[in-house]
Design a binder for this molecule. Structure first.
Ligand SMILES: [Zn+2]
Ligand SMILES: [Zn+2]
Length: 439
C-alpha cells in the first residue's frame, strides 16, 4: 500500500513554486496569537481557489479554520462522512520577536499584543511553513481524490504559542453537533519544523513533548522604609526563601528515573534602595513527562509557597495564577508504527532523510488536545528546516549547538526547499496511508 501512496503523492503534488511564494507571503505577514485574522482569510481564499469541494468552517475557537474534504466514491447517504476520518493540523500564530534574518521576505510587521503593548512580529517558530505545507497537501489530496476513500479534516489552529488554541477550538464546539459539527476523527496527525538539516524528517513513538505549566505567584508582605525591618514583612526575603525551597522539588521529591523542570524564571519586588514594597512576584515554569509527576509537582509548589508564606508571617495567603498550560504530547504506538512504514517507503532513510527516532521536542505542544478531547489517537512528526549549507558547515566545525538558530530566535530561517516539499509530502503520505485501500 505504501508504494501506492508514494506514487499518488508524486503524481498529484502541485507545482510547489506557487507554494514557495505563498510561504514567503505568510512569512512577511505574521500575526500574533489569537489575532490570525488575515492568515485565516488567506487560508480560506486559497482553499476556495483549489476547489469548491472543501466544506469550510471559519472562526472555530477564535480565528481557527477547519476544512473538510471527502472522497466522492464512498459517501453512503446515511453516513455523511466516509471513514476513515483523518485530521491534519497546522498552527497559524507568530511570535513577538524581531526578525534579524535579513531575508528579502523578512517580516517588518508590528502588532499590539494582548496586553496592549506594540511588538515586532515574526514567524520565528515556522508556523508559516506548517500552513503552507498543509495547503499544498490539501491540493495534493484534492487532486488525488478519485484514488482514495474517506474524509480529511484540515485544521488550521490559532494560538499554539499561548497553549490555548486547540482547547479553544474544542471548547467552541468544534466537534459538537449543535455547533460546528466537525466529524470526530479516527486519528490526528501534526508536524513541526525544527532546527535539523532541511530535508530530514522523523517520527517517534511515545512521549515527544513534555507538559508545560506556567504560573505567576504573588507573595503578600507589608512594605515600608528599608531602615525599619521590624515594621515590615519583607516580601524579598520571603521570595528568596521560597525560590530556594522550590529547588528541592526536583532534587528531593521527583523520582530520579523521572524527569521534571521547575524554573523560577522571574522575580520582581521593588526597585529602590530604601523602599521595601508590599508584594513579591514570581513567575514559575514547570515541565513534566507524566501526569502523576505533573500533579505531584504542582501540589508541591503550592505546599511550599503557602508554607514559606506562613513562615514569613505574610499578611495574606499567596495568590496563584495559571498563565499557560500545555498537555503531554504522547505519540500513539499503533498509528506511529504505521506512519513509520509509510514514511520509510516514501522518504530516503538515514541521517539526511527519514528516521523513526527523531529527538524529542524541546518545548511543549497543544496539538494532542484535538485528538484527546474526543478519544482519538494522535501522532506528531518533526522535520528539519536548517539550510543544508549552514548545517553542514556547523557540523564540520562542531558548532551545531551554538551556531544553528533555533525556533523562537530572530535568526530562525527554514530553507524553503526542500523543507516545504518534505512537509507537504508528510501530511499527504500520512493521510493517504489510511485513505488508500481500506474500502
Ligand atoms: Zn513556538
Ligand atoms: Zn511552534
Amino acid at each position: 500500500m505504501s508504494s501506492t501512496v508514494s506514487s499518488l503523492v508524486q503524481k498529484h503534488r502541485p507545482d510547489l513554486s506557487r507554494y514557495e511564494e505563498i510561504y514567503k507571503h505568510l512569512h512577511a505577514n505574521p500575526e500574533l496569537s489569537n489575532q490570525e485574522h488575515a492568515t485565516a482569510s488567506f487560508i480560506v481564499d486559497h482553499l476556495t481557489k483549489i476547489s469548491k469541494d472543501f466544506s469550510i468552517t471559519e472562526k472555530v475557537g477564535g480565528t481557527g479554520v477547519v476544512a473538510i474534504l471527502h472522497s466522492s466514491r464512498n459517501g453512503a447517504s446515511s453516513d455523511k462522512y466516509p471513514k476513515p476520518i483523518i485530521l491534519l493540523r497546522a498552527d497559524m500564530d507568530a511570535l513577538p520577536v524581531l526578525e534579524r534574518t535579513g531575508l528579502p521576505y523578512a517580516s517588518t510587521k508590528r502588532m499590539t499584543d494582548a496586553d496592549g503593548v506594540e511588538k515586532p512580529v515574526m514567524h520565528a517558530c515556522g508556523h508559516d511553513m506548517h500552513i503552507t505545507a498543509l495547503l499544498a497537501a490539501a491540493e495534493t489530496l484534492c487532486t488525488a481524490r478519485s484514488s482514495w476513500n474517506g474524509t480529511v479534516i484540515f485544521a488550521f489552529q490559532p494560538a499554539e504559542e499561548r497553549g490555548t488554541g486547540a482547547q479553544a477550538m474544542v471548547d467552541d464546539g468544534m466537534y459538537s453537533p449543535e455547533r460546528h459539527n466537525i466529524p470526530i476523527p479516527d486519528l490526528c496527525l501534526g508536524g513541526h519544523v525544527m532546527p535539523f538539516r532541511a530535508g530530514t524528517i522523523g517520527t517517534r513513538r511515545g512521549l515527544v513533548a513534555t507538559s508545560a505549566d506556567s504560573m505567576r505567584i504573588t507573595l503578600h508582605g507589608r512594605g515600608g522604609h528599608a531602615s525599619m525591618p521590624d515594621r515590615l514583612i519583607d516580601p524579598i526575603v520571603m521570595a528568596a526563601s521560597t525560590v530556594m525551597k522550590l529547588q528541592t522539588i526536583v532534587s528531593r521529591e521527583v523520582d530520579p528515573w523521572d524527569t521534571a523542570v521547575v524554573t523560577v524564571a522571574s522575580i520582581q519586588a521593588g526597585d529602590a534602595e530604601n523602599v521595601v514594597v508590599d508584594d513579591g512576584r514570581l513567575a514559575v515554569d514547570v515541565r513534566t513527562t507524566s501526569p502523576e509527576t505533573r500533579r505531584k509537582v504542582q501540589a508541591s509548589i503550592e505546599r511550599i509557597v503557602k508554607a514559606e508564606s506562613a513562615a514569613s508571617n505574610a499578611v495574606a495567603e499567596p495568590t496563584f495564577q495559571t498563565t499557560r498550560s500545555f498537555p503531554l504530547t504522547i505519540n500513539d504506538e499503533t498509528i506511529t508504527a504505521r506512519l513509520e512504514s509509510a514514511f520509510s517507503s516514501h522518504f530516503p532513510s538515514g541521517a539526511q532523510g527519514y528516521t523513526p527516532s527523531i529527538p524529542k521536542l524541546g518545548g511543549s505542544e497543544d496539538f494532542s488536545i484535538l485528538g484527546s478531547a474526543v478519544g482519538a489517537p494522535t501522532s506528531f512528526f518533526m522535520y528539519g528546516g536548517t539550510p543544508r549549507e549552514v548545517w553542514d558547515k556547523c557540523e564540520a566545525e562542531g558548532t551545531l549547538n551554538e551556531a544553528v538558530p533555533i525556533n523562537h530566535s530572530g535568526l530562525f530561517w527554514p530553507e524553503v526547499q526542500p523543507t516545504l516539499g518534505t512537509a507537504c509530502d508528510a501530511y499527504a503520505v500520512g493521510a493517504l496511508e489510511w485513505l488508500v485501500g481500506e474500502s
